[in-house]
Ligand binder design. Sequence first.
Ligand code: AMP
Length: 492
Amino acid sequence: MEPQKTPGRTRGGPEPKKSPKPEATGFAEFGLARELLRTVERLGWATPTPVQQEAIPPVLAGHDLIALAQTGTGKTGAYLLPILTVLIDRPRAKPLNPSVVVLAPTRELVQQIDEQVKSLGAGLGIRSMTIFGGVSDRPQISQLMAGVELVVATPGRLLDLIGQRLVHFAELTHCVLDEADRMFDMGFIADLKRILYRMPARRQTLLFSATMPDEIKRLTREFLYQPREVQLAPSKPPEELSHEVWELEPDDKNEALARLLREDYDSVLVFTRTKHRADRVARQLARGGENVAVLHGDRSQKQRDLALDRFKQGDARVLVATDVASRGLDITGIGLVINYDTPRDPDDYVHRVGRTARAKRQGRAVTLLTADEAKYIRKIEQLLKQRIDRYGDDRRNSRSAADDARQRSGSRAEEDQSPAAKTRRRRRSRKPSGAGDTEVRSQTERQEARNHESATPVKDRPTDQPAAVKPVKRVTRRGRSPGSSGRSNRRR
Ligand code: AMP
């Protein structure tokens, strides 16, 4: 549909009024659609997060937006709630003509965003789909041909489909760039620009980024029109998270890892620097009988889905990953993050350790540090503005002993009581050790793994299917006064 012109939003028009700093409100005061307020309540979102507090009003008012916020802050809801409010009143999208495009750097993040679209938009009749590479494009094309209101995509595959004239932007009114800095890191900036140039000038553009490198600043100057800015406190891990650095020799990393994994954690995320190292560490843990999955950019989409699914369901207690999993993954109940390799970029540290201590739960991050990695930890400490406790051999052992005692005596009381975590614990207690290691098999170990699998009860075998997505039920749209919330802006 033709977006409505909002006074003051045309290039050269008067500067839009500065919105006063929003007072703390509940969701009900934003002017979001009533259906969404009910959904938010059902999801247990009692109050808006700070980024939602700051971002929802300007987005609903039709402004472009730059938000400095990282995953875990509720930023997806901050843009989805106002966008879905606008979409509710629109007629259904025509085939190949989405109204909204959300761009994100990785398939995992794309899927996670789409899950939120489906949970927030349940029952609204708003159709959404994911577009990413590494899988056949045929199902994606069929969905586009049937018509969808909202597309969540990685830039590369979207550009392919645009090139094949399977995505048109004539009806597009909203574009979201999620984790823009990560898209820049991954070399997507040229693709992003190509996509943005094809979009109608008259659109609303929302950019979310954890950091603001110069290239992203330039992008905002080129593609956003008089954006409102939302800046939260600089990236900082939650207070519920404890940090440790274990100083050791390179050859001692495996032993330290094994020692940590002997502790009583239901769900552990291990980060390595390279894909090769992730495979190696995972293989070795699997050989030791650990239920382990592995996630990195060289794995097929099916393997990545399977790995994540097994980790989320508790079939794999340990996920070994590269930084592909350091952002965006929203899994509650990860009690321990181990940096097998110290991240070189301090922002990556914040993202990695942010996978634990989510939703106010206790979390622990242990970094295995060799002498040649010491320079990286100093940069991390500068960013955190705190010195991280160091543990050498003696102290590390005594700390672990103390930890073991703590774990035995009381940590169960603090453990994650969410249904997913309970399922994980149940599965873990009934699963024979090593039953899930099919994720890490190498060419040479395939036969070994096959033998192993055949000994695994069928009900416990990993499924190749990604989590099923519930179909969205279509409801009749109701009328809403034009301009109440569906305004879009004209840019140049
Ligand atoms: P995000 O930063 O968008 O990845 O969101 C992180 C997690 O916070 C997701 O699991 C959301 O479901 C959850 N969430 C988002 N907004 C709220 C809220 N206002 N209250 C409670 N949880 C929320």
